[in-house]
Design a binder for this molecule. Structure first.
Ligand code: HEM
Length: 231
């Protein structure tokens, strides 16, 4: 179904104006982002208390919550496309895709900014980049791709590119950026994950571990749906 018809039927179902529907979608995406950041913040706080007996919440923990929430939101956005294959109401949830993706991009951008501007003592530039060239390159590449997708998602660009090409470009860029972001997290947290899995010392793993596993499951599901559609 064409995007315009899809939007009109969503408007008809919601019984509201297109502008009100757009704001409802934006607010819902903002609500899910806030909930993801709040959950991440609480998780990292409890983990630090159990692991190091430190009962303190600071910008360092908040930044971790932003990073994990960003990965979760872009994974969720891409998941909505694949689950429509299994759903009896395939169009349900599709309207949220773009807004969750945009929320993930902005949360990731704030995470990059907080890391190197407000936590410059911990992650000083350019020394941090020189020490972690792979992680820095992967994070910047993922953020640049998500930013490019945010520009592409504008309606006038869609009109210029044509619906099918536009959808395919966004899908390819989305999965490529998700893989880059997951590799960025893996290159920084690999040591923490393997330590946790070999000792279970900290009781709770870094939240980046389940977040990256979720991202990997979303990519695998997409590969499965692609193969199933070919048969
Ligand atoms: C959308 C793009 C991005 C995503 C999804 C992302 C995600 C993540 C994740 C999941 C972690 C692990 C957090 C933890 O458990 O400690 C992380 C760590 C980190 N990222 Fe990113 N990141 C992105 C872009 C960037 C950019 C552009 C930079 C800066 C160049 C950056 C700098 C860092 C730093 C310094 C850490 C280490 C934080 C710590 O150890 O507390 N990230 N990122």
């Amino acid at each position: 179904m064409q995007e315009k018809e899809r939007r009109n039927s969503a408007v008809a179902r919601a019984g509201t104006s297109p502008a009100a529907l757009l704001w409802r979608l934006r607010l819902r995406a903002a609500g899910v982002s806030l909930a993801a950041v709040a959950f991440g913040a609480a998780y990292f706080f409890v983990r630090q208390a159990i692991k190091d007996s430190i009962w303190r919440f600071d910008l360092y923990l908040f930044n971790k919550a932003l990073a994990v929430a960003s990965l979760f939101l872009v994974s969720l956005s891409l998941l909505l496309t694949s689950i429509r294959f299994f759903s009896r109401r395939p169009r349900r949830g599709l309207a949220h895709r773009k807004h969750f993706g945009l929320a993930g991009f902005w949360t990731g951008a704030v995470h990059g900014l907080v890391s190197h501007v407000f936590l410059a003592g911990k992650f000083p530039l350019p020394a941090w980049m020189a020490r972690n060239p792979l992680a820095a390159g992967l994070g910047l590449a993922a953020l640049a791709l998500f930013g490019w997708m945010a520009v592409l998602s504008l309606a006038k660009i869609k009109g210029k590119m044509g619906g099918e090409r536009w959808r395919k470009t966004l899908r390819t860029a989305g999965y490529a950026a998700l893989v880059l972001a997951a590799l960025h997290a893996a290159s920084l947290k690999w040591g923490s994950w393997t330590k946790y899995l070999s000792t279970f010392e900290s009781v709770l793993p870094s939240l980046s571990l389940p977040a990256v596993l979720f991202a990997a499951a979303v990519v695998l599901l997409r590969l499965f749906v692609r193969a199933a559609k070919k048969h």
